[in-house]
Design a protein around this ligand. Sequence first.
Ligand code: PLP
Length: 395
Amino acid sequence: MSQHDDSQYQLDTLAIRTGHTRSFEGEHSEPIFLTSSFVYANAAEAAAKFSGKEPGNIYSRFTNPTVAMFEKRLAALDGAERAVATGSGMGAILAIAMAYLKAGDHVICSRAVFGSTVSLFEKYIGKFGVAVDFVDLTNLQAWQDAIRPETKLFFVESPSNPLAEIADIQALSDLAHAHGALLAIDNSFCTPALQQPVKFGADLVIYSATKYIDGQGRALGGAVVGKHQLLEEVFGVVRTLGPSMSPFNAWVFLKGLETLRLRMNAHCEGAQKLAEWLNQHDKVEKVYYAGLPEHVGHELAAKQQSGFGGIVSFEVKGGREAAWKVIDNTQFISITGNLGDVKSTITHPATTTHGKLSDAAKAAAGIREGLIRVSVGLEDIHDIIADLSRGLDLI
Ligand SMILES: *Cc1c(COP(=O)(O)O)cnc(C)c1O
C-alpha cells in the first residue's frame, strides 16, 4: 500500500494498511526483521550506503524495516510527516532533550507529568546546565510568566496524570511559538486515536508505546512524532546515542496500532460508565474524569479529543486507610503502576507513583491520601464495578 498516496484514507484504514512494504516473499502480515546488520552485493554498494549516497539499511540502531513500518504507520495516524521510534517512552523524551537543548537553555514543563520525566529534566538534563521550571498545566498566565529569553521548550502532558487536567494545546502552542520555543506534548494517555496534537499546533508529540499502543502490557517502546525536518535531529540522536526500538517490539506495536481505535473506544466507554457510577457513590468524595460534564476540563477535552480516555481517578472518604481497603479488596484488578492495558489496573498515587514527592508537593499537585487511580481495562464493566464496590462497601 505504500506505493499509493495514503492521505486519501481514514484513520482506521491507515492504522491497518500504512507502512507495510511487502518483501519479495509476498507475506500478508508485516514481517519481523530481527537482524542487527544488513549485507551488500559488493564493496561499492557498501560504500554508497555508508556514505548516504544510496538509501538503505546499514545497522538496526540506525534503521530497520520493521521499525520503519511502525514509524510510518504512527506518523500517518497522527497526521504528521514523520515518527522516530525509541526503545521506551523515556527514550523519546531523552531524545528530544538531547536534540533541542544545550547548556544555558530553559524548559517549562507542566507540573503533573510522569515522575521519570521530572527527574529527567531536573536531575539528568539539569546537570548539563539546562534549567527547568514546573508550572500548572491549566494556568496560561503561569506559562507566560515563566518564559525567559533562553526558553527553548514547553513540555506538556494532557490529560494529566492522575487528575485528568486538560491543557489548551492551541493556546500553549501560540505562546511557545511567539517566543521561539517548541511545544512538545506527551500524548501517551490519548494516543492518536483520541487526540492528534499537531492539529492544535504541537511541534513534537511524544509516546510511551508501552501503554495503549501496545495495549496488552508486553513491550517497552516510545516515539517522537512531528515535521520531517525537525525530526532529523531526533533521528540523529537516536541512531548515535542508541535508544533505538527493537524490531520485535516494533512488530508488537504495529499490531497494536491495528486495533488501537477499537480498544480506545472501548476503554473510553468503560471509563465513562465507571466514572458515572463512582460519581453517585456515597463513599466517593470526588471523581476526576474529563468525560463528566462537571469536570473543569470537560469542554476543552471535548474540543481536542474524540474520547475522554481510559483513566479514572477518584477520592474516597477516609483517606489512606479507606483507599487501601478498596485496593486490597479487589479480586482481579491488578495492583500495579502500569496503565493502558486490556487488564484493569489500580494504584494509590500518594504512596506509589507520587510517593517520592514531599507533602507540600503532593498537596500542590492535588495528590491526596484518599486518591485512587484506575486504568479501565477491557474486562466486563459490571465486573470491574463489582470488584471496586467490594472495598467501597467496607468503608
Ligand atoms: C509510562 C509513561 C512514560 C514513560 O514511558 P516508558 O515507556 O515507561 O519509558 C512517559 N509518559 C507517560 C505519560 C507515561 O505514562
